[in-house]
Design a protein around this ligand. Sequence first.
Ligand code: NAD
Length: 425
Amino acid sequence: MTLKFKEPAPITDELNPLESMMKRFDEAARILGLDESTYNALKSPEKAVIVSLPVTMDNGKVKVFQGYRVVHSSKLGPSKGGIRYSMGVNLDEVKALAAWMTWKCAVVGIPYGGAKGGIQCEPREMSQGELERLTRSFTGAMRDVFGPERDIPAPDMGTNPETMAWIMDEYSKLVGQASPAVVTGKPLVLGGSLGRVEATGRGVMVSARSAMAKLKMNPSQSTCAVQGFGNVGSISAKLLERQGVTIVAISDISGAYHNEEGLDIEEAIEYVRKNKSLEGYKGGKIITNEEILELDVDILVPAALEDQITEENASRIKAKLIVEGANGPTASTADKILDDNGIMVVPDILANAGGVSVSYFEWVQNRLGYFWTEERVNRRADRVMKQAFDDVYKAAKKYKCSLRTAAYIVAIKKVADISKLRGIF
Ligand code: NAD
């Protein structure tokens, strides 16, 4: 029986990025003609664990925190996904982010399922000691969920390589053996991978190159604007510049900086290293973070926040190609407008999957007990990203749809086919 879909949600500006993701999942499932039982199975997480974590704070009082881990799918392999420390963490958000990880891993063809976790807390107001006790307590509570062959956390908002080192240490003590592969995103000296820091931006560059080839765009005659100049934005800009692309605008929370002649990205990175932000940067004239999106450029890389391209501004976007470095930078209400205007969008679940691909390589190296050179990591990651782009591009031609819908189709089909092969339901 094929699924009867409800009327599409009305076009509204109120869809948040996670609802936007679910809307795109529904669209891809409809095009694929997914049967109802598979659809329902893929929508529901396999496991959702909620724990209460009593932690002795520095003032001697005990505070109880809520922690979550949701495994959306482990059909393709152990589940993979970050751990978020933020006051906004709640079960619904963690469930949706876990599903997002399933599609991201599936689209790039790495043998992982999807998961996400989080603790409702304000990490900026906690001491290192409190954060460490909280993390160790969470790891103990999740002992039966985490595992190198079961579920592998990574850093996300509010957590970092040090948090991963505590999880690895606590987990290794609990199981009585060294288990570096239980987490990725570790410090290099503890089994982190070379190339991980640059991996997401590098994947953005590789996706951009693949898309430019399809659009017959010559890198050395193309211009690009990059919104966000953190890890993803600055590395994407640097590597695209090395490909010959002229980066005419960059931005961060302090504002956007535009120079039609092109900016010197290495110099801008050095400026941010010294000054912590682009504030006061003199390389270009100051414009706003809204204006940077609407510049007359060939390529736009949104690499800051979600919901930047919306129903309101989509019709003013002039770029021919958008490569989504950030998660959810385009609201689903903008998809049709971009499509109608012939703009190619390389979607987030494909374009920024270079990070999770190199996390997978970190896990592989840990299990081998061996280290690869940065060159080897990059070469393999580039291959994964190129192949994923080609698979999605082919699906877009076959189903006559956008790259975004095609990416969901590729991912959902892979998880559905493997679920059926395994005979799980
Ligand atoms: P980051 O914290 O290193 O950088 C974020 C950048 O965005 C900073 O330059 C910041 O100043 C800027 N910014 C913040 N608010 C802004 C605003 N209102 N307007 C313009 N710029 C603003 O973060 P990151 O790791 O580069 O992540 C950026 C995006 O990429 C996020 O959506 C993240 O989820 C996504 N992502 C990151 C990775 C990764 O490996 N780091 C992987 C996949 C996806």
